[in-house]
Design a protein around this ligand. Structure first.
Ligand code: FES
Length: 357
């Protein structure tokens, strides 16, 4: 039986396992509270996870690293400087604890964007760095798991991952096992410090790309990692004449977008008000302030997970007044027409009347 999500409302899941992956990264497994139910998602997608910290529920988005159809969801979480939710999970969340979760979402997945078939074969190149390994690891396991099944063609996978050292490579042992067991899985690990392993040492550039995956032009590329890394790799591919129609990347860069909205706020002193009739509250705000901050600071029940205009959890309806939005990514044309906005990516421009959700 499959786990059933409650529309776009948070559901309660239990942490059933927690493993250390590297010195600053853990994997947690989440399951239904009572039964062994199977979780469905598209490999590459993420969920918005909520934990209660100091009496306040806070949400963040994390990619899923388990296989579609497992009876748990696995997330891999790295400590980040100032990362309240991530650091809480790394340090304090224990098996048996409960969390809140929203349904899997995200356009970066290998179902909506399957790899191209060429002359009867399907080849992919998964490129990742750091915690960006999580969604592409789920894609690789999906293809290996379904290899040879009816209506499924085998996918030849080049798995190019960049890390500091074996000890700091998330899933290091599992990757080496996949490489040893599956003829269609080719691990290409490029390390800053190889510490006695056979994996090469270097910094990814166009030369390494060609050396490690000489047939990269025949593959569909899926890329995930820090934003500068993704920009660099995209340039290498484009400069090397790669057909960018066969290129997909995760656009999930919370810090960058949150900063860009915050920057617009700096220096503004013009006061406006935000009226939220459903909660009988009129809130003070600064012109240019992110709408999500105004609502969150007042303790209203808005879920702000990715803070990057990607997940859709912070959707609000602006009934009166105007905002400037940097993302409408998850909204339909009808919703935009009706006045829905993503509060994390919208700055207040005038007095507003707002409906949450
Ligand atoms: S918090 Fe994800 S879209 Fe706003």
């Amino acid at each position: 039986m499959f786990f059933e999500w409650q529309g776009n409302q948070p559901v309660t899941l239990r942490c059933i396992d927690k493993n250390t992956e590297t010195h600053d990264t853990v994997s947690i497994k989440l399951a239904d509270l009572r039964e062994s139910l199977l979780f469905q998602f598209k490999p590459g997608q993420f969920i918005n996870l909520g934990v209660e910290i100091d009496g306040k529920m806070e949400f963040r988005a994390y990619s899923i690293s388990s296989i579609n159809g497992d009876d748990y969801l696995q997330l891999t979480i790295k400590r980040v400087e100032g990362g309240r939710v991530s650091n809480y999970i790394v340090d304090s969340l224990l098996p048996g604890d409960t969390v809140q979760a929203l349904p899997p979402t995200g356009d970066f997945n290998c179902i909506d964007h399957p790899p191209a078939q060429r002359e009867g074969s399907t080849k992919t190149l998964l490129i990742s760095a750091g915690c960006g390994i999580t969604p592409v690891y789920s894609m690789a396991k999906h293809w290996l798991h379904h290899a040879g099944q009816e209506n499924e063609s085998n996918v030849d996978i080049a798995f190019l991952h960049i890390a500091r050292s074996p000890a700091e490579t998330i899933y290091f042992d599992q990757l080496e096992t996949l490489d040893a067991v599956y003829p269609d899985f080719h691990l290409k690990l490029l390390l800053k410090n190889r510490e006695g392993t056979a994996h090469p040492q270097g910094r990814l550039n166009a030369e390494w790309l060609q050396e490690l995956v000489p047939d990269f032009r025949e593959r569909t590329v899926y890329l995930c990692g820090p934003s500068q890394f993704m920009q660099d790799v995209q340039c290498y591919l484009s400069d090397l004449g790669f057909d960018m129609a066969n290129f997909y990347q995760e656009s999930f860069t919370p810090a960058a977008n949150a900063e860009s909205v915050a920057t617009e706020t700096a220096g503004s002193t013009e006061s406006v008000s935000v009226f939220v009739p459903d909660f009988a509250q009129t809130l003070d705000a600064q012109k240019g302030q992110p709408l999500a901050d105004v609502l969150e600071n007042a303790g209203l029940p808005i879920i702000v997970a990715c803070r990057s205009g990607i997940c859709g959890s912070c959707k609000c309806k602006v009934r009166k007044g105007s905002v400037t939005s940097t993302s409408q990514e998850t909204l339909t044309p009808e919703e935009i027409e009706q006045g829905y906005v993503l509060a994390c990516s919208s700055s207040v421009e005038s007095d507003l009347e707002v409906q949450i959700g």
